[in-house]
Design a binder for this molecule. Structure first.
Ligand SMILES: Cc1cc2nc3c(=O)[nH]c(=O)nc-3n(C[C@H](O)[C@H](O)[C@H](O)COP(=O)(O)OP(=O)(O)OC[C@H]3O[C@@H](n4cnc5c(N)ncnc54)[C@H](O)[C@@H]3O)c2cc1C
Length: 447
């Protein structure tokens, strides 16, 4: 069993925090070291202007090249070609979360879900800056990255989500590290997905635990779709394994009849659905999930904890004090930070109860682009509802899907679904529409 260390001890020993403390001018003392010259020089780079093309108009800096940020960057230029748009994103390659469950099951290849930020920027006439945002000075309107700062007239923060392992009883940094490394959620694109695919295809049998978190988590149907895809692989490859789907919610959160039909009719021997499981801990070493009432042993797992807004929102002091998921404090109709019409937050970091999904982020991104372009000219525009369209593939042979399509209405107190179209009877027409839906979004973002 790995030695436990306290959170305080971990923070004292963590290199990043030491550097942060020194940059912040904290006293050098026990557990904190003076920065060597090259590290100091790296810190000083942040005070220099980033080496980017000169701004040719009012500059809008977009932080985060996901579904939200890519859409905003393109549509800001479409709304007003004179705007100078810079997209800041630390990843070098775009990988799509939507359709990744199909890729796990071998229904599409890796090229289908990966795309080039360079193509997106070049084809849509904005600047791609491959860097990480570390801080923002809203008074001076500067965004700081490890490669220098960028001045802005308007700033959009679209950094997505982070995981909140504390909500499932895993708070010690060492335990969080072990859990996120050994049993990654795979709800943020990249290495987590690659690990998961390998785990599934190399699985030798037994219980493969997948979990559905509480709260407004990223993509309501995706954990159920994934459970179907993993069960389908076990069935097809005759692996003596079973998906144990532990749901924090009392029932499937969306498209319930469609998913239940798939669980019961297609995967009876390969999938067990367990609702109302409030996870209170995960023992990585004993391979055991503990809940309020039960314990579940597993042979392998992908543990999806509750989600929160990306940590950048908290770092910048923009968290809504009433948001349990640490989402941003913004005007729910205009997306600007309360009291600051120069800074906006979109995508999965928003606090409104919209589905945290790509289609939602894209339709919203088009609206916010229109809003910023109008405001830059001294006008305003009326609120438009985002639109959520979500297909879920539940069968691989033949490929069949279910779907939901909805917008949102405000009743004076909160937002709720309206104009809902739901197809729970799986069929191959919806499966073809799933692929066409994805192709059209990729086409729009990258060409
Ligand atoms: C398995 C799975 C299946 C899904 N299926 C669907 C589906 O079928 N349909 C659908 O509509 N949605 C689906 N989704 C949801 C969809 O992927 C997300 O809702 C969408 O990606 C949200 O967009 P975003 O731009 O807010 O966040 P993201 O797409 O996560 O983008 C955030 C970006 O911000 C960057 N970033 C973070 N911090 C910083 C920083 N400090 N500086 C600079 N950049 C930073 C990140 O690198 C990232 O690229 C699915 C998600 C998953 C995981």
């Amino acid at each position: 069993m790995a030695k436990k260390i306290s959170r305080r001890g971990f923070l004292k020993g963590a290199g990043g925090t030491v550097a942060g403390a020194a940059v912040a001018g904290m006293a050098v003392g026990a557990g904190v070291t003076a920065l060597p010259p090259r590290a100091q020089a790296a810190g000083a780079v942040m005070n220099k202007k980033a080496e980017l093309p000169k701004a040719m108009g009012a500059r809008v800096v977009v932080v985060g090249g996901g579904w939200s940020g890519l859409t905003l960057s393109k549509y800001l230029k479409k709304e007003d070609s004179k705007l100078d748009v810079v997209l800041i994103e630390p990843r070098a390659t775009f990988m799509s979360c939507p359709i990744s469950n199909l890729w796990l099951a071998g229904l599409v290849d890796y090229e289908f879900i990966t795309h080039s930020f360079l193509d997106a920027a070049r084809n849509n006439d904005y600047t791609f800056f491959n860097a990480t945002v570390i801080d923002v000075d809203r008074g001076a309107r500067k965004v700081f990255t490890e490669q220098g700062f960028v001045d802005y007239d308007y700033l959009v923060l679209a950094p997505g989500i982070d995981y909140d392992y504390g909500a499932i009883g895993v708070s010690d940094p060492e335990d969080v590290y072990m859990l996120s490394t050994h049993y990654p959620a795979a709800f943020k694109p990249g290495s987590e997905h690659l690990s998961l695919k390998q785990k599934i295809h190399e699985f030798e049998g037994g219980a493969f635990v997948l979990t559905v978190p509480s709260g407004n988590y990223r993509c309501l149907p995706a954990p159920y779709e994934r459970a179907c895809m993993v069960a389908a692989i076990f069935k097809k490859e005759r692996i003596k394994g079973k998906v144990l789907l532990l749901d924090a919610n009392p029932d499937v959160t969306i498209k319930g009849p469609g998913f239940h039909a798939a669980f019961e009719e297609l995967y009876k021997d390969h999938l067990e659905y367990v609702p109302s499981v409030t996870i209170t801990g995960v023992d990585v070493h004993k391979k055991k999930v503990t809940s309020e009432f039960d314990e579940f042993d597993f042979d392998d797992a992908a543990i999806y904890p509750r989600v929160r807004a990306a940590k950048l929102i908290e770092t910048l002091g923009l968290v809504d004090p009433n948001s349990p998921q640490k989402e941003a404090h913004i005007d729910p109709f205009k997306y600007n930070v309360v009291g600051d019409e120069r800074v906006y937050v979109t995508g999965d970091s928003r606090p409104m109860p919209f589905s945290k999904s790509g289609n939602t982020a894209r339709s919203e991104g088009k609206f916010v682009a229109k809003l910023i372009a109008a405001r830059a000219k001294g006008h305003d525009v009326e609120w438009e509802s985002p639109r959520t369209i979500c297909y879920s593939v539940v069968n691989i042979d033949p490929m069949e899907a279910i779907m939901v399509d909805a917008t949102y209405a405000y009743d004076g107190e909160s937002f709720g679904f309206t104009n809902v179209k739901m197809i729970n009877d799986r069929d191959s027409i919806q499966a073809q529409s799933t692929l066409e839906w994805a192709r059209s979004h990729y086409r729009d973002m990258f060409s």
